[in-house]
Structure formats: C-alpha cells, structure tokens
Write a protein of this length. Structure first.
Length: 408
C-alpha cells in the first residue's frame, strides 16, 4: 500500500520551520515544459555565476586564496574516455571496478587501484547519460531514449527505448535496469533481455528543470528517486508500485519560474534514512522504510546531497558549502570561500568533504568544521560528483580525463 507522507506532519516539533538556511539570491535554470519536446525557455540571473546567452556572469568566481595543505592527496593513476559535450557524465563504481563514459559513446572499465583498462566499448551513437552498471551489465542511454546494454566483457547485448531523452545514469542491479527519462517516466527493463518489467510516472509540472535526477536502491526492496514538485518516491523494485511518497518541499511563489521546485541530484541512503535536496526548496531526510520526515531545512541546491553517519552536506545555488547534522538537521558549518565557482555535488569521504569546480580544482574540506584542507588542480572542469571506488577517490572531468587519488 502506498503511504503518502508530509514533512510538516512528521517533522519533530523541536525543528521549527522558521529555522532556515539562506536560499539562492540569483538563479539559473534551463527549463522544459510538460507535454512538449525539451525546450529552453528561460535563463534567469545566474546559478553558480554562469552568464546568460554568453553575457558576463552576474558574479565572478570567488578567487582562490592560498591555503596550508593539511592533507596529502596522491594521484595514483589517470585514464581517459570521451568528452562530456553538453552533458554531464559521472563514473560509477562496482567494487574495485570503475565504469565511465563520454558523449561520443565511448565506455571504459578500469581497475580502481591501477587505472588499467579491463575493457572498452563503443555505442553505435552519441549518448547523453550513463553509465550504470552492476559489474555484469553496463548501460548507457541517448537523447532519443535508446537504452544500450553491454555484458561483462563489454559486448553489446540488447537495446530498448525509454520513450524520451535520458539525462540520468541508469540504475542497474537486482536483475533490472531502471531508466529515468526526462518526461519523468521511470522504466525497469530486465537486465538480461531488455524486456520491460514495469514503468511508473507522475503528472508533470508545468515547468521543470532540464536536469538528470538520480535514483538509488534501498536493499532489494525499493528504488528511491525524486520528482518535480519536491517529491521523493520509493518504488517497489519488483512491481514499480509506489511504497511511499514524501513531499520534501513545496512550490512557492507566483510565477511559474518561482514555483520550480524539483528534487536535484540523487537521494542518498545511509542507515535508516534517505536524504535529498530541492531547487528553491529544502534539504531534508526521511525514514527510508516509511517515508516519514525526520527533519528539513529551507535550502536551494542545484545538485543534491551527500551523507555519512554524522553529516549531510550540500552546495547551495550560490556555491556555498553547508554541513548539517545527520541526526537533526542543525547547521554544523558553512564555507562560502568557493561561491560562484560552479561546484559539483559534494562527496563525504572519511574526515573530509570533497567537491570539484568549473576551473578544474578539487577541494577537500574538513568534515568537522568546513576548513579547506587541500586543493588539487585537474586538467578540465569538474561537474560530476566524485565517487569512491574501493580505497580510491575517482574524479571525471568534462574533457574526458579520469583520475584516481588517495587522500592520506
């Protein structure tokens, strides 16, 4: 049975909603209208300092100041795959294997310890999303909604269609390949044959962000993802039926643009809670089994959250990095020294929070107080969230290079 939850009803009384975090003062979005082809409607102000139609940015990136390198970050390997083009490609890790892709259809599987290529493959067309992998089946997708699967040796095994352009990396595992199309339809294909197992969709909002909203498994039971309108949804992994729907935040404002309130990035599960963030909305966590809201804070994020047992970290639309208590949502710290630098989604990694920027810098912040501990310069812009593969921090740049690091 579907359970519809409400953060306002389920939030502990000790967390008053007046306790808020400053949201975005300027914003940029590439939007699409429901029921039509993807259409660039408006670019308003800036998000992370980007300009509109080639004009000067409203905010120059905050200059970097010299820091004392309090953390040693050793680069142990580098590899390459195709450039990202107009899209964003994040690598995915399965144990000690790293899978990465580029817009030209190139796909590689590399060893996380050495960077050595185990296999490489090429889709027969340009791709817009992926890869997703469980180690046996690796999947990418295209602007036409084509879903292309490769086996454990990198050989093409099947092809299907999700019905619309795909900007989100497929989620692979539990015998299924879950694909999220830009029209907000989620389809599960059989990972062995490509046949459709189930599909789910919600009514589209009038205006939504043109962005990839990620998905994550919860054990063998569910797939959690976000939708426009600020909703997080848990879908039964076997049937696609909704187990619970939780409004993480609510549209506000008068105009269509002011009411854009999409879940951004991927919901992140740690222990018994799942956390996420919305654009022009809130950051918060819910019970992963029931969907009951645990806490929420006013916030606006372009790319989602990361969490561990202590913190939930997120970047707001100005590029300030925040850390909240995973237990109750209280603000632990904020760092505004990277504002307007077009930051990637952050990654909580041991005692640090790692984030990349458009100028190719990888920043390491203390998880305890937000202090900048180290900085590494890479060859290209970093828009995708860094990942952990085994003991290796892996980062993919927009120019197609993949790096393996060991922070010490």
């Amino acid at each position: 049975m579907m359970i519809l939850n409400d953060f306002r009803r389920s939030m502990p009384q000790t967390m008053a909603m007046s306790q808020s975090v400053p949201a975005v003062s300027t914003r940029r979005g590439i939007f699409k209208r429901a029921g039509s082809a993807v259409l660039t409607l408006a670019v308003l102000g800036t998000l992370g300092g980007c300009g509109i139609f080639g004009s000067k940015p409203a905010h120059e990136p905050t200059p970097l100041t010299e820091i004392k390198q309090a953390l040693t970050v050793k680069q142990i390997w580098t590899a390459s795959v195709g450039k990202a083009g107009a899209y964003s490609f994040a690598p995915v890790a399965v144990g000690n294997a790293v899978f990465a892709a580029g817009a030209n259809g190139g796909i590689v599987r590399v060893d996380a310890d050495t960077g050595a290529s185990t296999w490489s493959a090429k889709a027969d067309t340009n791709i817009t999303a992926g890869p997703g992998s469980d180690g046996e089946t690796t999947v990418v997708a295209t602007h036409k909604g084509d879903v292309i699967a490769f086996d454990h040796d990198g050989k093409a095994s099947w092809k299907a269609n999700a019905g619309s352009e795909v900007l989100t990396a497929p989620l692979v595992g539990r015998g299924i390949v879950v694909v999220r199309a830009i029209n907000n339809r989620v389809t599960a294909f059989d990972s062995g044959t490509g046949s459709v197992r189930w599909s789910y969709s919600q009514p589209s909002s009038t205006l939504t962000l043109r962005t990839g909203t990620g998905m994550t498994f919860v054990g063998d039971r569910a797939v959690v993802t976000g939708f426009p309108g600020g909703k997080m949804v848990a879908l039964d992994a076997n049937t696609g039926n909704p187990l619970w729907i939780t409004p993480l935040s609510y549209p506000k404002g008068v105009t269509e643009v002011e009411r854009v309130n999409d879940v951004t990035g991927s919901p992140v599960v740690f222990g018994r809670q799942v956390c996420g963030a919305t654009f022009q909305g809130r950051v918060g966590c819910a019970d992963v089994q029931t969907g009951n809201g645990l806490w929420a804070r006013d916030f606006s994020s372009p790319n989602g959250v990361t969490q561990d047992e202590r913190v939930v970290a997120a970047v707001n639309t100005d590029g300030a990095v925040y850390a909240f208590s995973a237990a109750d949502g209280s603000t632990l710290w904020q760092n505004d020294k990277l504002k307007y630098r077009d930051l990637s989604a952050p990654l909580a990694l041991g005692r640090v929070v790692v984030v990349g920027d458009k100028q190719g810098y990888l920043h390491f912040l203390s998880r305890d107080n937000g202090e900048l501990l180290a900085r590494v310069k890479l060859s290209g812009a970093i828009s995708a969230q860094p990942i952990l593969a085994g003991q290796t921090l892996v980062v993919q740049t927009r120019d197609g290079n993949i790096y393996g690091f060991r922070p010490e």
